[in-house]
Write a protein that binds this ligand. Sequence first.
Ligand code: NAI
Ligand code: MG
Length: 499
Amino acid sequence: MATEYTRAYWENVLSELRPEGRHFIDGALRQATSGATFTRIRPMDGKPGAVLSRGNAADIDTAVAAARAAFESGVWRKKEPLEKKKVMLRWAELIRSHGEELAMLETLDVGKPILASLNVDVRLCADGIQYYGEMIDKMYDEIAPTGPNARALVRKVPLGVIGAITPWNYPMIIEGWKLGPAIAAGNSVVLKPAEQSSLSAIRLAQLAFEAGLPAGVLNVVTGLGEEAGAPLALHMDVDMIAFTGSTEVGKLIMGYAAQSNVKRVALELGGKSPLVVFEDADLDAAAAAAAWGCFYNSGETCHASTRLIVHRSVQDELIRKIEDVTRNDIALKHPLEPSAQIGALIEEEHMRKVLDMIAAGEKEGARRAFGAERVMSETGGYYISPGVFVDLTNDMSLARQEIFGPVLAAIPFDTEDEALRIANDTIYGLAGAVFTRDMNRAHRFSEEIHAGTVWINTYDMSSFATPFGGFKQSGFGRDRSVHAIDKYCDYKTIWQQFG
Ligand code: NAI
Ligand code: MG
């Protein structure tokens, strides 16, 4: 019988939870070398939550050494592909069977609704590990065309030690996107999760070990960006950094790579994605896509549809419909309420930053249609209601800056050329969408919007089969799909001469 997920059920899961906050290095839990810790504040109610090890360069050194030793020994890299696949599939199953626990860890850290954590984040993490596990015994190398007396093998080989630095908005999903292909390719990994969301990462690493991933192949060091992330990215024995986070820190990561050992870098950074609505569009569909595209996860989504570029003749009607969807369908509630669709923002500092951006936008003359206010403050948590600003121009701060909160900027246009110009007038290029019944126009826009993903008459649809990542200052390199493996490998030529 299916479990009935009531608030009381989840309160009980929470009361029984004993989150683990230590590093996971070389198959074992460890305190930080310095003994230092930090306490996570729960976004749902502002109360102190888990205590975590505050790692620094010494812990990173230990973890990188363990990762290197595992790589050199070949204990994983040289294992039979079929055996490696079985380990990853077992890992995916363990993630599923620990779904409620992992979901609760994620909700505690991030403040997102418990059923979103369970049905979206945990599910997609497990699916990602499974997807790359299944690839392991289906990848072939190449034989290059040479003369008859030579045979040249073009082998795709793992890089070695991968440093993964991940953000707090979709911790488990993004970690699955990176750990799946990096480990499937035969690398070892040191993961530095965001300081706001380390609990699920530690648990994922424990479950991988339980599934049979050898010690040292996946290590987790918790701690702050400057103290643990920077030494990882500066490390002389790390071959690559796979990073998701702010554009600001992405630029630092490139610098760290240049200052150290020219390690490779893959960056998945911010966005300010346009959703263009023409006057002939299905406005109900456009309204639902715009609202969910911008407000899901409280707007803490790199590819959120934060710029609504709408034909002037339908702006008012569309905004009314967006308000209906927001008020009727996107329930903002305490994250342990099963009916919550969105929950808290990640932390007080971030909530204040979002409120400051809203205030600055209003000072510039942005007109509020509804929402975008602090609510539920009596809970002690960090909640902002979804809101829309209308009649903006694309030079206003609400239309330019990544807010990472539930704030939609509506920008009216009159001509198709103008709509395209506005859509591309951003430093970012992560995603975009066009709503129109004219398929010729939809085709033109899908070709001309400069972004890693463009949706036609929908938003945020994806699968593991489609690559995800950006152009311009949204970064480079792709997560998901078979292509993600390439980031964690390089080609090696083996030339054999005969006769
Ligand atoms: P951030 O970019 O500082 O944090 C992301 C990760 O980088 C975390 O693991 C953090 O510990 C690490 N980090 C921070 N400084 C570092 C350094 N000097 N060296 C190495 N690693 C470092 O993001 P933050 O400060 O949490 O959020 C700021 C803004 O960034 C958000 O408001 C949002 O606009 C954007 N952001 C974008 C994300 C995306 O999915 N593209 C995810 C998170 C934030
Ligand atoms: Mg930061």
